[in-house]
Design a protein around this ligand. Structure first.
Ligand SMILES: Cc1cc2nc3c(=O)[nH]c(=O)nc-3n(C[C@H](O)[C@H](O)[C@H](O)COP(=O)(O)O)c2cc1C
Length: 301
């Protein structure tokens, strides 16, 4: 088979048998954050399908980061269930990754017993119709630590890699974007300040999992948000990640509030496939694996 899709690739020492990556999908199939047989069966079947690396999740880092139907990674009690999930993927032929995410102002108070969602600034979300609470610096530091602790659990549970979601309009991208980050402290203002939260998380995760555990960062190549991050800023972020803690970038597009069509059946095949290459070039790391999470072009097209 000469198609590069079926050739192996290595991510920080982890050899993946082919370049087929199943990106994360929160399935709403967890119960009280626990991995269920339904989730295990879903991913076991996908592993049998031949993907080299499967990214399950997203999984939560604390109780404000998702809801009880998300897979939980914010407490040690979830490790046995996570272990079962990683094993089911591996025993059926794929390598297993788990995505961690904090929904920030995309979370609904409805799902959190009335608690107010949190964000860098109190900017209302068009997706939820709610206005989040601005995080204090202590809360920011606690959240950085929560990502690190959750990543350590992912490793302990037997996954081969961890992915951190820092796009799509969730918490890390809310810090990155001038649209949702109106802070005047060291986490707001300049691009350097707006990147700080994401980079602190990645550094803390790296410390928690050690130098040899693959860390994939998912981020937008284009957020499709007027007034949001220009692509130049996203390329700068890619560069900072690649020159620091990230072993691979997984590039997707758009925030949930964006008006640009993104769903597979609404856009031509491979419509956004130019973005991962652009991010890799911007990262100045020519060998950095860049994952395209949008339908691949057909051979010859
Ligand atoms: C039901 C569903 C849930 C999703 N949940 C997540 C998620 O939790 N994290 C994430 O990064 N992407 C999520 N996505 C986006 C997918 O990972 C993927 O980027 C999207 O389906 C486009 O991929 P494709 O064009 O290659 O099919 C979700 C998609 C679907 C359909």
């Amino acid at each position: 088979m000469t198609d590069i899709l079926f050739q192996p690739v290595t991510i920080n020492g982890l050899t993946v048998k082919n370049r087929i990556y199943l990106p994360a999908m929160h399935l709403g199939m967890a119960q009280d954050y626990e991995t269920t047989d339904q989730i295990i069966d879903f991913y076991a079947l996908r592993a049998k399908g031949g993907a080299g690396l499967i990214c399950a999740g997203y999984a939560t880092v604390d109780e404000l980061s998702g809801n009880t139907q998300n897979i939980g990674a914010h407490d040690d009690r979830f490790i046995p269930g996570l272990h079962k999930l990683a094993t089911a993927i591996q025993e059926n032929g794929s390598l297993a990754c788990l995505q961690l995410n904090h929904a920030g102002r995309y979370n609904f108070s409805f799902f959190m017993q009335g608690k107010q969602p949190v964000a860098p600034s109190a900017v209302a979300s068009r997706m939820t119709g709610e206005t989040p609470k601005e995080m204090t610096r202590d809360e920011i530091h606690e959240t950085v630590n929560a990502f690190a602790a959750a990543a350590a659990r992912v490793k302990k549970a037997g996954f081969d890699a961890v992915e951190i979601l820092s796009g799509t309009g969730y918490l890390i991208s809310e810090f990155l974007s001038p649209l949702t980050n109106k802070r005047t402290d060291e986490y707001g203002g300049s691009l350097e300040n707006r990147m700080r939260f994401g980079l602190e998380i990645m550094e803390a995760v790296r410390k928690a999992v050690g130098p040899k555990f693959p860390l994939i960062v998912r981020m937008n190549g284009n957020d499709f948000m007027p007034g949001g991050n220009p692509r130049k800023e996203l390329r700068e972020y890619a560069k900072a990640l690649a020159s620091g803690p990230a072993d691979a970038l997984c590039i997707n597009v758009g925030w949930h509030e964006a008006r640009v069509p993104q769903i597979v059946s609404c856009v031509p095949r491979g419509a956004f496939a130019y973005l991962p290459g652009a991010s890799r070039r911007a990262s100045m790391s020519p060998s950095l694996p860049a994952i395209a999470s949008m339908t691949r072009k057909r051979q010859g097209s």
